[in-house]
Design a protein around this ligand. Structure first.
Ligand SMILES: Cc1ncc(COP(=O)(O)O)c(C=O)c1O
Length: 387
């Protein structure tokens, strides 16, 4: 028997990271000592108190029943308290929904609101889920918003054709460009969404991974944001628990309600024990200041960042030190696939920018989620290659 995929599945481009993982496997099978600076998955461990909490909550037999689809009340309360401490934003429990990772929430938000043919504004370059898992799988039309270096990798709202757009995705601190924004930009985004009747989906997955004193804002800090926006946050990168799949969306009650409605028909929410762990993890914040372990993590990451940026500058690819995320977005002055292939020839895997969209061409994303000695080794190989 031959089974045909649905048309929307056939419209999906190949999942870039799967291709890269395949290439990395091949190189490793050839015995190459490969340094992978391509996938955005932290190598640092979760803090010990989170591991302890996981053990304790898994061992509790009461934590193995179905969750409420919207998430357990104590989880939603913990998220509301975290928003107050971290961003000084007041939210009620019914403005929070628990997610199996923010990726899931981003995809299901479109399911709740995007009809076939609806236009969805997606940054280009971007995390591929906005265009693919979200828009294409809802038979929507992804309309790229170019993120250009001369605009600080922010969309130019004056140039966007907003007609018939139903939804817009924004993501800062940004993957892949590592750009950050201030509240003035967020205010413009909220006004644009309000004036054009567009649902604003704000992806804040990297809000806690930041350096040199930079603190990422929440879109919900902006006046009027609660009327148009839903924000996605995740414990994945904050607590180095990407595999545990626990995140949340917060914001406009109707938008949170729509997403919850989809989830009640699809997955019934994250395991209760991960939500209990999240309650303990978020309680580590005593104020807007990051807790000690996070300060240490971010210090380690910033040292690696400095090593990489210095090396790239030395070999003719100067780039700014990112204030957040664990990515360096480097202008590779040419074809990004060729640049990535060149680095792969010396056993360093990076992600060609074109994989994140047409406007990512000419750039590469280099991740610093490897121990410092591997970053130093990668830098030495890159130095030899270009000098
Ligand atoms: C911009 C962005 N948003 C969301 C996610 C998804 O994170 P998670 O589903 O683990 O919360 C990622 C993961 O790499 C990301 O880069």
């Amino acid at each position: 028997m031959k089974f045909e995929f649905a048309d929307r599945v056939n419209r999906l481009p190949p999942y870039l990271f799967a291709e890269i993982e395949k290439q990395i496997k091949e190189k490793k099978a050839q015995g190459v000592d490969l340094i992978s600076l391509s996938i955005g998955d932290p190598d640092l461990p979760p803090p010990p108190f989170v591991v302890e909490a996981l053990k304790e909550e898994v061992a509790n037999v009461k934590n193995h029943n179905y969750s409420f689809s919207q998430g357990e009340p104590d989880f939603r309360q913990a998220v509301a308290e975290w928003y107050k401490k971290r961003f000084n934003v007041d939210i009620a429990q019914d403005q929070v929904v628990a997610l199996l990772g923010s990726k899931e929430g981003i995809a299901n938000a479109a399911r709740a609101f995007v009809n076939p043919g609806d236009r969805v504004l997606v940054p280009d370059p971007a995390y591929p889920v906005y265009a693919n898992g979200s828009t294409i799988l809802c038979d929507g039309e992804a309309v790229p918003m170019p993120l250009l270096e001369e605009n600080g990798f922010k969309p130019d709202f004056d140039a966007i054709k907003a007609k018939k757009a139903k939804m817009m995705f924004l993501n800062y601190p940004n993957n892949p460009t590592s750009a950050t924004v201030d509240k003035k930009f967020l205010k413009e985004a909220v006004e644009f969404a309000r004036d054009n009747n567009i649902i604003l989906c704000y992806d804040n997955a990297y809000s806690e991974v930041s350096y040199d004193g930079y603190k990422a804002p929440s879109i919900l800090e902006v006046d009027g944001a609660m009327d148009v926006a839903i924000e996605f946050s995740s414990l994945s990168k904050t607590f180095n628990i990407t595999g545990d799949r626990i995140a949340f969306a917060v914001g406009n009650k109707q938008l949170v309600g729509g997403l919850t409605k989809i989830k009640s028909q699809v997955d019934s929410g994250p395991p209760v024990y991960t939500q209990k762990v999240a309650v303990k993890a978020l309680a580590a914040y005593k104020s807007a200041e990051p807790p000690e372990f996070l300060k240490k993590n971010n210090q380690i990451l910033s040292e690696r960042r400095d090593t990489l940026v210095e090396c790239l500058g030395d070999v003719g690819f100067p780039c700014e030190k990112p204030k957040a995320t664990f990515y360096v977005w480097v202008n590779c002055k040419g074809d990004s696939m060729e640049f990535a292939a060149k680095l792969l020839s010396v056993g360093v895997a990076v992600t060609p920018g074109v994989g994140f969209g047409k406007h990512g061409e000419g750039y590469a994303r280099i991740t610093f989620t490897q121990p410092k000695e591997r970053i130093i080794e990668a830098s030495e190989r890159i130095r030899k290659l270009f000098k």
